[in-house]
Design a binder for this molecule. Structure first.
Ligand code: FES
Ligand SMILES: [Fe+2]
Length: 351
């Protein structure tokens, strides 16, 4: 694992004021995390935070650049700046940074050669599932793969990106909630669940390369209120959950016939106390429905979940199974915690 010192913290690879322990931060920093909806990134500098690191995100000549949000000249945030066709412009002395974060203009001495020291500290970034993914500290020996989203690129599927959604809570709690099937009848009754259908039928989890899979079959409809009649009588709903540890999980819901809805739950750890949720959705039905309606429906579900996640104590996720009580419906939660523990996450999660 690389342990390159942080530019603002010469004795540690962590950003100043990190809310994570060094070991957990380094494990998290070698993974890919989303920081923005790709469609929102234009030439203008945009602000994001990942693992307590302040980032500036911009696009120049089609390419997305993600860098520390600190001008290498006198430390002003570039996210406060402006832009032109050639890159982002610092608000203090007008240095401009273009492709690859390279400084390409010093207005006060335009004819002087530009030293490499004036380039931005950039991070690897890729666009996938309508999101900009960043890796703060790639592990050269074993680079982390991006999560896989079923059906996103399949013919006949529509791709939708909900706006980023902020949660004052830990990413692990949010992801565990996404995998939790026992709470539908309790908090999702204004959106899709039935308060009288509380039973959780047996299901099993199967370990996979990057986490686990759980096929959950129940009679809980995924149609919103008013559309329940669309499901044939006694329809058995299959929900396939697939995790990509630590903080991404997909849910593929098998609607009647060949209709499929895929939700990729990407919980981006802004800090140990804040999470930005990104949710790419793919579906092959209801294609005429305005995407704003899909955003609004999902926003209601995110709100229902957020209300619980922000209240949970301890705030973080105890990986020691003895620290919380478990019920049979928690097979996925238990598999999730075991998977995180196996990845090496430590005391941070035990708080
Ligand atoms: S601080 Fe950015 S140009 Fe001087
Ligand atoms: Fe939920």
């Amino acid at each position: 694992m690389s342990a390159v010192p942080h530019p603002a913290n010469p004795h540690s690879p962590l950003p100043p004021g990190s809310t994570f322990t060094p070991g957990d931060w380094q494990l998290l920093a070698r993974q890919w995390h989303p920081v923005a909806n790709a469609s929102k990134i234009t030439g203008a500098p945009s602000k994001a935070t990942l693992l307590d690191e302040a980032l500036v995100v911009y696009r120049v000549k089609g390419e997305v650049v993600v860098a520390r949000d600190v001008c290498p000249h006198r430390g002003v945030p570039l996210s406060m700046g402006s832009h032109d066709e050639e890159g982002v412009v610092c608000p203090y002395h007008g240095l401009r940074f273009g492709a690859g974060g390279r400084c390409n203009r010093i207005p006060s001495s335009p004819n002087q050669a530009i030293p490499a020291k004036l380039n931005l500290a950039t991070y690897p970034a890729v666009e996938r599932y309508g999101l900009v993914w960043v890796c703060l500290a790639p592990d050269a020996d074993s680079p982390a793969p991006l999560p896989v989203m079923p059906h996103w690129d399949d013919a006949g599927f529509q791709q939708i990106n909900c706006p980023g959604f902020d949660i004052n809570g830990f990413a692990g709690r949010q992801v565990e909630g996404f995998l939790d099937v026992a709470h539908f009848a309790w908090i999702h009754t204004d959106t899709f669940a039935d308060p009288d259908n509380q039973l959780v039928p047996d299901y099993t989890t199967v370990e996979t390369e990057h986490g686990f899979r759980a096929d959950y079959i129940s009679s809980v409809s995924n149609y919103s209120e008013g559309f329940r009649h669309l499901a044939p009588a006694d329809f058995a709903w299959l929900r396939r959950f697939e995790t990509h540890l630590p903080f991404t999980a997909s849910l593929t819901i098998h609607f009647p016939g060949e209709q499929r809805l895929v939700i990729l739950n990407c919980a981006s750890p802004v800090s140990a106390r804040k999470t930005r949720l990104f949710v790419p959705i793919a579906r092959n039905f209801n294609l005429e429905q305005p995407v704003e309606e899909v955003h609004a429906f999902n926003l209601c579900i995110f709100e229902e979940d957020r209300a619980m996640v922000e209240l949970q104590r301890p705030e973080r996720l105890p990986l020691d199974m003895a620290l919380e009580a478990h019920i049979p419906a928690d097979r996925s939660s238990i598999a999730y915690r075991r998977g995180l523990k196996k990845m090496g996450f430590g005391e941070f999660f035990l708080v």
